[in-house]
Design a protein around this ligand. Structure first.
Ligand SMILES: [Zn+2]
Length: 291
């Protein structure tokens, strides 16, 4: 797997560059298609939270889960809504739950996350940890640029062939005896698997990537077959979290299916999104239409 060996190289570079040794390179989002029309979502799902009966096994502090639709928690970061370079969540806290390294999350989202993990544990699911949370614009920029450098380092990756096509590479490179991608082409290829700075939802400080012990440190669709995923599918909304990049919603979110990536939006919005089986993009469009 080319990307695995690239990850190793980039991890080495990152350790040297950052001398902290803690850049997180295992959760590059797949950003393969442009965002099209948000499609036909069901408007009747809006307001579902008002009649939903929530039940919890643990003693949950509801006040950290409900946001009263505070726009702070509905911020959109995607390929067509980039966050500015200086966007930093107002309140960041270092996570104290099980994580793969030290990381931060927005304070209320962190409280909701702890409540969710406690409930999950009470239900007998304890093999889960957080492997990515808040990522700054600078960190995303560093990570993205390392991928661009990697694509320009000589030879042509599987991703380069996938994105640019065999005929293009033959005509523009191989036939001319050029053995490395141009900067412009390297960007095209890197953009197909890594979020560009400002376009990663992790900059909001409102989302986490989960991983289990059986996943060998790799974020893959294997997460879909874990007990944790089954539990999250049924319960995440009760804690204000949504599966942010569902299967078959790629045309709307711009991201391929990511069963591991959960976003805090508050219990009200999460419930409506869950009931309506929609994405955050669709939800925001419906809500804005109503106003
Ligand atoms: Zn993620």
């Amino acid at each position: 797997m080319k990307r695995n060996s690239a990850k190793f190289l980039i991890a080495v570079f990152a350790c040297i560059l950052l001398f902290s040794g803690c850049i997180n390179i295992q959760n590059e989002e797949e950003t393969t298609t442009p965002i099209g029309d948000v499609g036909n979502a069901n408007p009747s799902a809006i307001g579902s939270y008002k009649t939903m009966e929530y039940t919890y096994q643990t003693n949950v502090d509801i006040s950290c889960l409900t946001t009263h639709l505070d726009p702070t928690y509905l911020i959109l970061a995607n390929k067509t809504n980039a966050l500015s370079e200086d966007y930093v969540p107002a309140s960041l806290t270092t996570l104290t739950c099980e994580t793969t390294y030290s990381m931060k999350l927005e304070s209320r989202a962190a409280q909701a996350l702890y409540a969710m993990l406690a409930e999950m544990k009470a239900a007998g699911v304890s093999d889960i940890s957080v492997t990515s949370a808040y990522r700054s614009y600078e960190k995303q920029s560093e990570t993205y640029n390392l991928w661009v450098q990697q694509e320009m380092s000589g030879g042509f990756s599987q991703d380069a062939y996938r994105v640019l096509g065999q005929a293009y590479i033959k005509m523009n490179y191989l036939d001319k005896e050029i053995n490395r991608l141009s900067l412009a082409d390297a960007h095209k290829v890197a953009q197909s698997y890594s979020a560009q700075p400002g376009q990663s939802e992790h900059q909001t400080g409102l989302c986490v990537d989960f991983i289990t012990s059986g996943m060998n440190g790799e974020l893959t669709e294997a997460f879909e077959y874990t007990e944790a995923f089954a539990w999250l599918t049924e319960n995440a909304y009760k804690f204000g979290f949504i599966l942010r990049y569902p299967r078959d919603k790629q045309d709307i979110t711009g991201y391929t299916y990511e069963p591991w990536h959960y976003r805090f939006v508050g219990r009200e919005a999460a419930t409506d999104i869950y009931v309506g089986e929609m994405t955050l993009e669709q939800y925001l469009q419906l809500v804005n239409q109503e106003q």
